[in-house]
Design a protein around this ligand. Structure first.
Ligand SMILES: Cc1cc2nc3c(=O)[nH]c(=O)nc-3n(C[C@H](O)[C@H](O)[C@H](O)COP(=O)(O)OP(=O)(O)OC[C@H]3O[C@@H](n4cnc5c(N)ncnc54)[C@H](O)[C@@H]3O)c2cc1C
Length: 583
């Protein structure tokens, strides 16, 4: 499928009531040649990791992965996945890379994150923004693992509000002199290549950030002890300190003062890696839970025969299939050169991390008391999974990003908004304050843009028509909801997080449903409806779930308990917690 790289975000167009079906149909497949490569990678990963299955539990308990095992990962080439072949790497597409992380995550979360932090965020800035000279200098060493990469953005005072970092760099001759401390850096203690973000515009300037390539051999770079974590315990996480580090100007990544854009672009394109890992864990949980349900006998029957167990297993199947549909689709958009995928990538991260959490939790429940025992893999999987809802942008912040960015597109139809909107796309989190009064005043125009004939699919297989109709109706409702919310709140939408979250949930559900419709429709076209009855059932169940959630969110736009909930929160804040202890 050819996608116009300048075509707008699919979800932003849903906010107008338009379905850009050419972006999502037909459902993509991994290229033949790459399938072969991937199959080889998959079987080699199994050969590499299966013998270490017991070790993973031990390393989790100890909170450390031995250096000898990291050497094995290097020998295997796992640090070369995204490096172009011309620089000694495997040059995998986003699709094959995400699929590889899926395989790794099935075996062990700490291994997946060690490899993922290196490629998804550690070296991605070099691939996206590096000069030819920088790539030639670093890529070969990053491919062999002689250099392991990490991404250094977070600081003690700057997490979600990444623009408030204090690390700073001052130009001195041919160098920049870098000072500051970074927190919770994955691979920090084993890395030789650091993508570091620092202020270069003087104290107090929020905007002016520059990205630097720092290497561990530069004087003044030190790392703290490995953090004692809840999950991913064997993956290395440390503080990284820069004390008067002289960084050559040749190591500036991208343009001076444009580092925030570099950081956001890295995170946007890295997010589908987390989605891939989540799908891998969900598949593993389904294998474990189905076996457990058949083996465990209670009240004279395998527990698999009970309705409540079937409900869990069936729901896990649906969650896994639809998550995979969305992750693959966004990977394909990225591989096709589509530029405007940040919202869709954020959606896969939010949906996948939460679907994975539900799936592990239910698999643990199917295992009963065994699920709680360290001897079994469930509790470790649950601990490992929790961080996925926090790092690479918390799901809360990403929900705000999804809804506000997508809604701004409605406003961007208006020429007057163009200049203020530009800032939002460069820097969506910082740009929360930018949405304009125009959006409120001109929301009426937006409502005129909702044209019934745009909210239609024309290329789906007739076998999915009932679900297609639901999707089209919900798309029109989304456009109405966006219009209503902008009309009601205008620029104050920034402070209306309850409303933004609701809209985000509607957008997330709709995008995942669009991906599922595309996947199932394409499968029917290729194999015939009789061969894909289960997939049609999945689509039917998921469409029902989405419809019910969507309608509940839609109804709450005008009728909700938001102010009461806020007042209770304020009460708890004023009195430092709960005030009705009855003793
Ligand atoms: C194991 C681990 C590995 C990590 N690896 C890396 C790494 O390799 N590189 C790196 O740079 N960082 C890394 N991080 C940091 C991670 O990205 C941050 O923890 C994350 O961005 C959230 O920041 P924070 O923890 O400071 O939370 P905060 O920003 O303090 O947020 C706390 C809570 O407040 C919410 N919140 C904050 N602002 C708002 C708002 N405006 N509106 C509504 N809610 C809000 C958040 O959603 C969250 O629920 C890692 C963290 C961990 C735990």
């Amino acid at each position: 499928m050819a996608i116009d790289s300048n075509s707008p975000s699919f979800v932003s167009q849903l906010c107008f009531g338009s379905i850009l079906e050419e972006q999502i149909l037909p459902y993509p497949k991994m290229k033949e040649a790459e399938q072969e490569t991937f199959k080889n990678i998959r079987s080699s990963i199994e050969q590499l990791l299966r013998p270490h299955e017991k070790d993973f539990r031990e390393w989790d308990a100890k909170g450390e992965m031995p250096a000898s095992f990291i050497e094995e990962l290097k020998q295997f080439g796992l640090f070369s996945l995204l490096i172009p072949e011309s620089h000694g790497g495997m040059g995998l597409s986003t699709t094959a890379y995400s699929r590889t992380l899926q395989e790794l995550a099935r075996w062990d979360g700490s291994v997946a994150v060690t490899v993922g932090a290196h490629s998804s965020i550690g070296l991605r800035g070099l691939l996206l923004f590096g000069t030819d000279e920088q790539k030639a200098r670093f890529c070969p060493k990053l491919a062999t693992g002689e250099m392991i990469a990490c991404f250094c953005l977070t600081e003690p005072g700057a997490g979600s509000d990444a623009a408030s970092i204090k690390t700073h760099a001052v130009r001195d001759g041919d160098d920049w002199v870098l000072n500051g401390n970074k927190l919770w850096i994955t691979n920090g203690g084993i890395a030789q290549f650091f993508t570091v973000f620092a202020k270069t515009g003087g104290p107090g300037e929020r905007g002016s950030v520059t990205a630097f390539i720092v290497t561990s051999d530069m004087a003044g770079v030190t790392t703290g002890p490995h953090e004692d974590k809840m999950g991913l315990r064997a993956s290395n996480t440390t503080t990284v300190m820069f004390d008067n580090v002289r960084v050559p100007a040749a190591n500036v990544l991208g343009e001076v003062g444009k580092g925030f854009k570099v950081a956001m672009k890295i995170l946007n394109s890295g997010r589908t890696g987390l989605g891939g890992g989540s799908v891998g864990v969900m598949k593993k949980m389904l294998t474990l839970a189905t076996k457990q349900a058949k083996d465990r006998v209670q009240f004279g029957k395998p527990i698999a025969e009970y309705g409540l167990i079937k409900q869990k297993l069936g729901t896990m199947v649906v969650d896994c299939y639809v998550t995979e549909a969305a992750v693959n689709l966004v990977n394909h958009l990225i591989d096709s050169g589509h530029e405007d995928y940040a919202v869709e990538a954020a959606i896969t991260k939010v949906f996948a991390s939460e679907a994975m959490w539900r799936t592990i939790d239910e698999a643990l429940q199917v295992a009963g008391g065994n699920g709680f025992m360290r001897e079994f893999p469930y509790e470790r999987a649950l601990r490992d999974a929790r961080i996925n809802r926090i790092f690479e942008g918390t799901n809360d912040i990403l929900r705000l990003f999804i809804s506000l960015t997508s809604m701004n597109e409605v406003g961007s139809q208006l020429k007057e908004l163009a200049s203020s909107l530009k800032g939002i796309f460069d820097n969506p989190i910082k740009g929360f304050g930018v949405i304009s009064d125009y959006a409120r005043r001109r929301a009426g125009l937006a409502s005129n843009l909702i044209k019934r004939e745009n909210a239609v699919f024309t290329k789906l297989h007739p076998a999915v028509q009932p679900q297609q109709q639901v999707f089209e109706a919900l798309t029109r409702d989304l456009a109405t909801a966006v219009d209503q919310v902008l009309r009601k709140h205008g620029k104050n939408i920034i402070g209306k997080q309850f409303a933004s979250r609701r809209l985000a949930d509607m957008m997330i559900d709709l995008f995942v449903l669009a991906a599922t419709l595309s996947r199932v429709s394409t499968a029917v076209s290729e194999k015939g409806a009789a061969s894909v009855t289960r997939e049609l059932e999945i689509l039917e169940v998921f469409t029902g779930q989405v419809k019910r959630r969507f309608q509940a969110n839609f109804a709450q736009i005008n009728e909700n308990d938001d102010e009461l909930v806020k007042s209770l929160a304020n009460h708890a804040l004023d009195l430092d917690g709960y005030t009705w202890d009855n003793v």
